[in-house]
Design a binder for this molecule. Structure first.
Ligand SMILES: Nc1ncnc2c1ncn2[C@@H]1O[C@H](COP(=O)(O)OP(=O)(O)OP(=O)(O)O)[C@@H](O)[C@H]1O
Ligand SMILES: [Mg+2]
Length: 208
C-alpha cells in the first residue's frame, strides 16, 4: 500500500472548528483512498454522522471512537483523521497526537482567539521536541472572505512559533448547513464550490 498519512485536528480551545474540519477533510480524503475517521472526543460530535457516512455509497469512510481504537485498524486505511477533544490533558492528548504525522490546529483569526490557543501550541512544540518528525500547523478557520489578517493576529501566531498553512478556511454557511443535514460540503453540489475548493487545497497541503 502507498504511504499512509495520519492527520490530527487539535486545539485545546473549544469551538474553533476541529470537528467541522476533521469531518470534511476525511470526506475529501475518502474520495482518493480508504479513510478512517477517529472520534477522539468523548462528546462524540461525529457520532451522528458516522453511521450515515459508513453506508454512503460514494465516499464511504470507516469510523471509530478513540475508546475502541486499535492500532491494527490503521493498517487497512491509507488516510486517517483524528478529531481531538478541546482539552489540554497532556497524557491523553499525547496518546492521540502520538498517532499523527501531521497536526492541524484550527484557530479563529482574532488576536483574542489566537492567544487562547497559546497553551495548545506549547503542548505541540513540546511534543515536537520529543518527535522531531511531527509536523504541526495553524489553520485559520472562519476567515471572512477578502478580509486581511490583522497585524496583531499575525504577530500572535509568529510568537507561538508554529507555521501557518497558506490555505485558509472561510466562514461559510454551507459548512453549517451541510452539518445540519449530516452531510459534508462534498455532498452539497454547486453552492459548495468555494468550500470544496478550499478543502481540496487543504488536502494538497496535508499530503505534501
Ligand atoms: N468555516 C466555518 N464556517 C462556518 N461555520 C463554521 C466553520 N467552522 C466551524 N463552524 C461552526 O462553528 C461551530 C463550532 O465548530 P466545531 O464544532 O467544528 O468546533 P470544535 O472545535 O470541534 O468544537 P469543540 O471544541 O466543542 O469540539 C459549529 O457550529 C460549526 O458549524
Ligand atoms: Mg469538536
Amino acid at each position: 500500500m502507498a504511504a499512509t498519512r495520519r492527520i490530527a485536528v487539535y486545539n485545546g480551545k473549544g469551538g474553533c472548528g476541529k470537528t467541522t474540519i476533521a469531518w470534511n477533510l476525511a470526506m475529501g480524503l475518502a474520495r482518493r483512498a480508504s479513510t478512517l475517521l477517529v472520534d477522539a472526543d468523548p462528546q462524540g460530535s461525529l457520532g451522528h454522522w458516522a453511521d450515515w457516512a459508513e453506508r454512503d455509497g460514494h465516499y464511504a469512510i470507516a469510523f471509530c471512537e478513540w475508546a475502541a481504537f486499535d492500532e491494527r485498524l490503521q493498517q487497512h486505511h491509507r488516510y486517517q483523521v483524528y478529531d481531538c477533544p478541546p482539552r489540554l490533558d497532556e497524557p491523553e492528548i499525547d496518546g492521540i497526537l502520538g498517532q499523527a504525522d501531521v497536526v492541524l490546529m484550527p484557530v479563529l483569526p482574532s488576536p483574542l482567539d489566537l492567544w487562547a490557543s497559546r497553551r495548545s501550541a506549547e503542548l505541540l512544540r513540546r511534543l515536537q521536541g520529543r518527535r522531531p518528525g511531527l509536523q504541526a500547523f495553524f489553520l485559520l478557520n472562519q476567515v471572512e472572505p477578502q478580509s486581511a489578517l490583522s497585524r496583531a493576529s499575525q504577530s500572535a501566531m509568529e510568537t507561538m512559533g508554529l507555521p501557518v498553512l497558506p490555505v485558509r478556511i472561510g466562514r461559510r454557511a454551507i459548512y453549517r448547513n451541510a452539518a445540519v443535514e449530516g452531510l459534508s460540503v462534498y455532498h452539497m453540489g454547486q453552492r459548495a464550490t468555494a468550500a470544496t475548493d478550499e478543502m481540496e487545497r487543504l488536502i494538497e497541503e496535508v499530503l505534501k
